[in-house]
Ligand binder design. Structure first.
Ligand code: ADP
Ligand code: 5GP
Length: 186
């Protein structure tokens, strides 16, 4: 079976983490890439598990030393994927999924055209805002920054290989599974 890099993006609060958690429970041989970020950990988040939490200086150092496959500034913080980490996973034959923002996803596609980009869409903009607020992890200023990004994210979604609407969770997970299994057969 072909080893491919799968990249999942979508606006903040659309349910990427929720969909992927369920997908990974059903498909435990897939690995979720651990990104670097300069944002502060949320309650319960663990360094080296959810993210590698870096200072701005450490992050800048990685940029200057060309350590990232891709990186982006999103809603006031920096996020990036280490090239070495992805190379190692692919060399070991692992099935790997990146959950990153739309700017990063398009950078990956440029550098690795065989990567498969999947955009998770909200059923409506109202529902997206409802989910983002309902999560209660961000303050009002951060929620606003994240909602401000939605329009351009939906425009970038046109460049993705697939779009999956996260309306009913189980249905969306099933559709994601079908896409990924189908791509692995190509
Ligand atoms: P993201 O990772 O895209 O920022 P999350 O996975 O944290 O989003 O989901 C944001 C909120 O939306 C969470 O409270 C989650 O429980 C909820 N959610 C996710 N998927 C659905 C769905 N299909 N229907 C209803 N609520 C959902
Ligand atoms: P959060 O702060 O909610 O964890 O993530 C905010 C956004 O950053 C989400 O869209 C998430 O997909 C994205 N993100 C997480 N890791 C990376 C990464 O390594 N690179 C890029 N470009 N975006 C990332």
């Amino acid at each position: 079976m072909n080893k491919k890099l799968f990249v999942i993006s979508g606006s903040s609060g659309v349910g990427k983490g929720t969909v992927l958690k369920k997908f990974l429970e059903k498909n435990p041989h897939f690995m979720l890439s651990i990104s670097c970020t300069t944002r502060s950990p949320r309650p319960g988040e663990v360094d080296g598990v959810n993210y590698f939490f870096l200072t701005k200086e450490e992050f800048k150092n990685c940029i200057d030393n060309d350590k990232f496959l891709e990186w982006a500034e999103f809603a006031g913080n920096f996020y990036g994927t280490k090239q070495k980490y992805i190379n190692q996973c692919l060399a070991e034959g692992k099935d790997i999924i990146l959950e990153i923002d739309t700017q990063g996803a398009l950078q990956v596609k440029k550098r690795m055209p065989e990567a498969v980009l999947i955009f998770i869409c909200p059923p409506s903009l109202e529902e997206l805002e409802h989910r983002l607020r309902g999560r209660k992890t961000e303050d009002e200023a951060t929620i606003k920054k994240r909602l401000d990004a939605v329009k351009i994210e939906l425009e970038r979604a046109e460049k993705f290989d697939y779009r999956v609407v996260n309306d009913d969770l189980d249905r969306a997970v099933k559709e994601l599974e079908e896409i990924i299994i189908g791509e692995q057969k190509c």
